[in-house]
Design a protein around this ligand. Structure first.
Ligand SMILES: Cc1ncc(C[n+]2csc(CCOP(=O)(O)OP(=O)(O)O)c2C)c(N)n1
Ligand SMILES: [Mg+2]
Length: 335
């Protein structure tokens, strides 16, 4: 396994307290959202990224605001990391009119064009070719915007993964594929159905795609691997793939207690919790802990306000049901 640190990669080190606050913000948001789900304030389903925060935070820190990102149904962390306001994300989970998608998307389909977040996709692997299309559009328009595509380990056994990697290299697209290998695809361990150890990283070389396997629980390692890949894509040097090794604390979704996991596995990963571990590192390296504690207090306030405003937000107007379906705002099905 190759683990890059920012220093080793020779790149600027980002604001470390800020990186911590970014992860803490995702964690507190999801913990509160899940409580509200259990209290029946949020309907439908919910896929949590608890334990995987370092990936979203470290990757987003390497992006410019005008870059693009695509994610999956496990997408709260990514949209928050791109800068979507917590109150609008929470309101979307509540299905309210003030939500990011006016309450029509919900937890699984978070999208914010204003923040470069071009959708959360529930069909496993479907968005990898779409990411290629977005990256291609940057190329055609002659901009230097980079597209990042997050997906799970399970997507690597879908045909679209292989098609997208191949196309990205053939067309030299400015796209960075980020596989969050959390060891499971729903209830099946990825290792039990996959011939290689690193489902994404080991297959990328078959397409001449540069790849690196990263400690996805170490936010600085994530940033350290992502920043050079993004810089290369921006400079026209083509795509890359990053496989982030991480773990989800909860089951696959709300109905899954995760009982298929071997005893002790969850506890072992929790000992390497990305947020607690980075906080310890910051303490040891004499970071500005006063600033960090102020940031934590700000996050608590922001989450509480997001909950309060979502509880009081209006329901969507039924007359808006068919708006925002097509870009042209037409409501007829196309033939
Ligand atoms: C094409 C397709 N097949 C099956 C499913 C059902 N399904 C939903 S999530 C999931 C597991 C995906 O696992 P992974 O890609 O590792 O992502 P994770 O949930 O671990 O983040 C499956 C099989 C689906 N949504 N789409
Ligand atoms: Mg997985």
């Amino acid at each position: 396994m190759t683990v890059e640190t920012p220093e080793r990669a020779g790149i600027n080190v980002p604001d470390r307290e800020g990186l911590y606050a970014s992860m803490f913000r995702m964690r507190r948001f999801e913990e509160r959202a899940y409580e509200l789900f259990l209290q029946n304030h949020i309907h439908g389903t919910m896929h949590l990224g608890l334990g995987q925060e370092a990936v979203a935070a470290g990757v987003a820190a390497a992006l410019r605001p005008d870059d693009y990102s695509l994610g999956t149904y496990r997408g709260h962390n990514h949209i928050i990391a791109r800068g979507a306001p917590l109150d609008r994300v929470m309101a979307e989970l509540f299905g309210r009119a003030t939500g990011l998608c006016k309450g029509k998307g919900g937890s699984m389909h978070l999208t914010s064009v204003d923040h470069g977040a071009y959708g959360s996709y529930a069909i496993v692997g479907a968005h990898l070719p779409i990411a290629c299309g977005i990256a291609w559009s940057s190329k055609v328009r002659g901009t230097d915007q980079v597209t990042v595509c997050f997906f799970g380990d399970g997507a690597t056994n879908i045909g679209a993964f292989h098609e997208a990697l191949n196309l990205a290299v053939v067309w030299r697209l400015p796209v960075v594929f980020v596989c969050e290998n959390n060891l499971y695809m729903e209830f099946t361990p990825i290792g039990s159905v996959t011939a290689v150890v690193h489902p994404a990283g080991d297959r990328a070389p078959a397409y001449s795609l540069p790849s690196v396997v990263v400690d996805g629980n170490d936010v600085e390692a994530v940033y350290g691997a992502t920043a050079p890949a993004v810089a290369a894509a921006r400079a026209g040097e083509g795509p890359a793939l990053l496989e982030m090794l991480t773990y989800r604390y909860s089951g696959h979704s709300r109905t899954d207690p995760g009982a298929y996991r071997p005893a002790g596995e969850l506890d072992q990963w929790k000992e390497r919790d990305p947020i607690a571990a980075f906080r310890r590192r910051l303490t040891e390296t004499r970071a500005d802990m006063d600033r960090l504690e102020r940031m934590e207090a700000d996050v608590e306030r922001e989450v509480a306000e997001a909950v309060e405003s979502s509880l009081n937000a209006p329901q969507p107007d039924p007359d808006d049901l068919l708006t925002d379906v097509f870009a042209s705002n037409e409501t007829r099905w196309r033939t």
